[in-house]
Design a protein around this ligand. Structure first.
Ligand code: NAI
Length: 453
């Protein structure tokens, strides 16, 4: 008998289990595949190890711009993959050790919710029934597999890959086609472009990088076109065979040759096979419906992470997990999504938080948008020969607060944290002007932009 059962050991699930145990709750974590979920094993972390190797390689190839001469530079994809596996092993080991030290019981197996008995939730795993007062569902998401002719056959034959298989390729593809120019698509396009594959992106919308500020996504596209990636925008994939991806563009059918195709057109919440119907847990548009305390329509049953839809990111899952556990522990806590950072780890990186010019206008906000080239930062100039980065800040005129920051530049993934703090805390522009930034740092660009308002 447990106080809390958590289903799923991705970022949302393992953090919920740790926090519940820290709060004195006897906790069981059930995971069917691997501790760390998609993020640690097939997502955030492995892709970052690949992209770091690509960045080093790229830096070495273009070192002459900085007076560095190197010869016979090469990248060993197999060695990159081997290192990626080592990094995953280390981090998964760290999470497992943390769970152990916090005395969380962990069971490997598929959990199925059976119902409630005497007010306790019943969950079956490996043929046994486990009971608890509270349940936290953190079942994650899986890649969307559209009913396009040839996709299922391609997935079976290995011609079509998802985020899982693409990280296990022994050899880089010669001709790599990416369906979907969103986060996963762009990061993998970036890696394979850097290591020599011929990369083509086929995107349904008229821009890449989804909700990213339109100007910034345009700069990223130009940067990658210079590096040799071909983008087909406003293009609808119609079919695949084992050699080509066919798509419709401007009313005409076109095709592009591929030896591997990455399917990265979004994620779908995992809700099937969990027994949600046995507790009549509400599902809305394919995701588990929760309130701002992360509780479902069933008392004491919570859900966090990708399975609740919305912003499907590990860092929102972490916070949702804390909100759920705080409420279980009797502490008032509510989930807010007004300052969720978003990062694409391309080279240069894209990072943003809060309102964009477009979203602010849609909400009828009266805003000032200020744009500066990253060249206003001395450190950026010193380290980015010919860099074309920019920052765009969005300021609410009525409240004199910073409501959005958008950047394309190296280090943007790290710089955004400062902006998140300013947007989240809603401090005034006058207060931001009093903050001392380190010099020389690329982060100073935020201060520069504020002072040029
Ligand atoms: P996404 O939603 O970022 O991008 C999907 C793209 O595919 C969109 O641009 C969409 O317009 C396009 N698309 C949809 N259907 C299409 C079709 N039939 N043909 C052509 N294009 C089509 O989804 P993605 O890249 O699969 O990423 C999934 C999730 O993983 C996201 O929720 C993301 O937040 C997360 N993720 C986050 C990362 C990060 O924070 N850096 C890295 C990798 C993944």
């Amino acid at each position: 008998m447990y106080d809390v059962i958590v289903i799923g050991a991705g970022p949302g699930g393992y953090l919920a289990a740790e926090r519940a145990a820290e709060g004195g709750k006897k906790t069981l974590l059930i995971e069917k595949e691997h501790i760390g979920g998609v993020c640690l094993n097939e997502g955030c972390i492995p892709t970052k190890t690949l992209l770091y190797s690509a960045k080093l390689y790229d830096g070495a190839l273009h070192g002459d711009k900085y007076g560095v001469k190197a010869e016979k530079i090469s990248i060993d994809h197999k060695a990159v993959i081997k290192r990626k596996d080592k990094v995953i092993k280390t981090l998964v080991g760290g999470v497992s050790a943390a769970l152990k030290s916090k005395k969380v019981d962990v069971i490997t197996g598929s959990a199925v919710i059976k119902g409630k008995k005497d007010g306790k939730v019943q969950v079956e795993v490996n043929g046994e029934i486990k009971e608890s007062t509270y349940l936290i569902i953190a079942s994650g998401s899986d890649s969307v597999k559209p009913p396009i002719p040839g996709v299922l056959e391609g997935l079976e034959s290995g011609f079509v890959l998802t985020n899982k298989e693409v990280l296990k390729l022994d050899e880089p593809p010669k001709e790599f086609v990416v369906i979907g120019g969103g986060v996963i698509g762009l990061e993998m396009a970036s890696y394979f472009n850097s290591i020599g594959s011929k990369v083509t992106v086929v995107e349904m919308l008229d821009k890449i990088a989804g909700p990213t500020d339109a100007k910034i996504s345009g700069i990223l596209k130009k940067e990658y076109e210079k590096k040799g990636i071909t983008f087909n925008l406003s293009s609808r994939v119609t079919k695949l065979d084992n050699e080509y991806v066919y798509f419709e563009k401007d009313g005409k059918e076109e095709k592009v040759k591929a030896d591997k195709v990455l399917l990265s057109i979004g994620r779908r919440a995992n809700t099937i096979g969990l027994g949600l119907e046995n507790l009549n847990i509400f599902i809305e548009r394919g995701c588990i419906k929760v309130d701002e305390r992360q509780e479902t329509n069933v008392a004491n049953v919570y859900a966090v992470g990708d399975c609740v839809g919305g912003i499907m990111l590990a860092h929102t899952a972490y916070r949702e997990a804390e909100v759920a556990v705080n409420n279980i522990l009797g502490k008032k806590d509510r989930m807010k999504y007004n300052a969720v950072p978003s990062v694409i780890y391309t080279n240069p990186e894209i990072a943003s938080v809060g309102e964009s010019e477009e979203s602010a206008k849609e909400k009828g906000m009266d805003v000032i948008v200020k744009e500066l080239p990253m060249q206003y930062s001395g450190r950026y100039v010193a380290e980015n020969e010919g860099g074309s980065g920019i920052i765009r800040i969005v300021v609410d005129k009525k409240w004199n607060t910073l409501v959005g920051v958008h950047m394309i530049a190296n280090y943007a993934s790290e710089l955004i944290l400062g902006a998140v703090t300013m947007v989240e805390s809603q401090i005034s522009i006058d207060e931001i002007k009093k903050i001392i930034f380190p010099h020389p740092s690329v982060g100073e660009i935020i201060r520069e932009a504020i002072f040029t308002l």
